[in-house]
Design a protein around this ligand. Sequence first.
Ligand code: HEM
Ligand code: HEM
Length: 179
Amino acid sequence: MPEYTAPGYTLAARVLHWVTAVLVLGLIAVGLAMANFDFGDAQDTLYHLHRSTGAVLLPLIVLRLFYRLNHPPPPLPADIPAIQQFAAYANHWALYALLIIQPIIGWIATSAYGAQILVFWLFELPSIWPADEPFSEKMFAVHRMLGIAIALLALGHIGAALFYHFVRKDDVLIRMMRG
Ligand code: HEM
Ligand code: HEM
C-alpha cells in the first residue's frame, strides 16, 4: 500500500491522457513500420491510417493542452528529488510541444509531396503547402527525426511511470488510472 494518498487527476484529464497515449503509440508503430518495411497491398492502407490518426490527434492534443493550462495537475509527491521533478516537467512539456508540431510537419510534408489527406475515408484536409517535392523530402526528414524524439521521450516517460509504481511503490501511476 502507498504511504500517502496524492491528489488525483480529473476524469477528463485521465481520458485525454489515455486516448492520446494510445494514438501516439499507434502512430509511432505504424509510422516506423510503413516507412521501413514493404507491406505490399497493405502499404497504402497503413499510410492512410497513419495520416488519419495524426489528423485526429492534432485537435485532441490542442484540447488537452487547453484543458491542462486551465486545470493544473496535482503536484508530484514532495519526496521525489528536484532533478526528477524537473525531468518529469521537461518530458511532459516536450511531449506536448512535439505532439503539436509533428502532425503539422506531417501535414505540410504530405501537402508539399502533392498527396491528399483523406481522414478515415470520410473527408479530405485542405493542402497547406504548394507542391514542392525537394521541400517535402526535407520535411519528411524532420518528421522522421521528431518521430524518433517522441518515441524516446515516450519510452523515458513510460519507464519513469513503471519505476514510480514498481520500485518507489508510490501512487503516481494509480492517480493517472483511477484519479
Ligand atoms: C504525432 C503525430 C505523428 C507521429 C508521432 C508520427 C510518427 C511518424 C514516424 C515515427 C514515422 C516513420 C519515420 C521513418 O522511419 O522514416 C512517420 C512517417 C510518416 N508520417 Fe507521421 N507521425 C505523426 C503524424 C503524421 C501526420 C499528421 C501525417 C500526415 C498528415 C504523417 C505522415 C507521415 C508520412 C507520409 C510518413 C512516411 C514518410 C516516409 O515515407 O519517409 N504523420 N511518422
Ligand atoms: C503505457 C504508457 C503510459 C503510462 C503508464 C503513462 C503514465 C503516466 C502517469 C502516471 C502520468 C502522471 C504523472 C504525474 O502524476 O505527474 C502521466 C502523465 C503524462 N503523460 Fe503519460 N503514460 C503513458 C503514455 C503516455 C504517452 C504515449 C504520452 C504521449 C502522448 C504521454 C503523455 C503524458 C503527459 C504529457 C503527461 C503529463 C500530464 C500533465 O500535464 O500533468 N503518456 N503519464
